[in-house]
Design a protein around this ligand. Structure first.
Ligand code: AMP
Length: 180
């Protein structure tokens, strides 16, 4: 979806750009003005839902923290559950972990080892706010595979196309609402 239709213009007007956050050289896409505006948040969720309509998935997985905000209402809309991907030490039961490189440093993500218990090779849609280098989504896909799931798609609100994150995710269908 790349056409500049009115909803996309509204959404873009609600994404605030903060220079040099969290480190010098990063132009941070701040979606908090979009989240606090009912019309924009609603439009963002509708467009995300539309973008994944043709992807068959059994469950959504989302990295913290902004991924949760988009994934939870989308999961409800799509009638599926949600699995949490978190920073180390946040999940209470036995975890699996994966270390990856972020646009601004290195990080580790964890998932409950039994996230897909009772599901037979579930097809998993990853949902996050921003696709930058693709490190977070790739790490999420690795965790999903380690836990017995099949990563089939990635849906993000914002894709930073110049960073080629999409190329790092050649195995999954990538959908974004806003392109920069
Ligand atoms: P990456 O792993 O490089 O694809 O980065 C994606 C993750 O880092 C997402 O969870 C984003 O929330 C965050 N992120 C990376 N770059 C930015 C940016 N320029 N603005 C906002 N969030 C970003």
């Amino acid at each position: 979806m790349t056409m500049d239709e009115p909803p996309l213009t509204l959404l873009k007007s609600k994404v605030r750009e903060i220079a040099d956050f969290p480190t010098p050289g990063i132009l941070f896409k701040d979606i908090t003005p979009l989240l606090s505006d009912h019309r924009a948040f609603n439009a963002a969720l509708s467009l995300l839902a539309e973008a994944v309509e043709d992807i068959a998935f059994d469950v959504i997985a989302a990295p913290e923290a902004r991924g949760f905000i988009l994934a939870a209402p989308l999961a409800k809309h799509c009638g599926v559950g949600i699995v949490l991907i978190r920073k180390p030490g946040k999940l209470p039961a036995a975890t699996i972990s994966h270390t990856y490189s972020l646009q601004y440093g290195n990080d580790t993500l964890e998932m409950h080892a039994d996230s897909f218990e009772g599901m037979d090779s579930p097809r998993v849609l990853i949902v996050d706010d921003v696709l930058a280098t693709g490190g977070t989504a790739t790490a999420s896909a690795e965790l999903i595979k380690s836990a017995g799931g099949v990563p089939v798609g990635l849906a993000v609100l914002i894709e930073l196309a110049a960073l080629n994150g999409r190329e790092a995710l050649s195995d999954v269908t990538v959908r974004s609402v806003l392109n920069y």
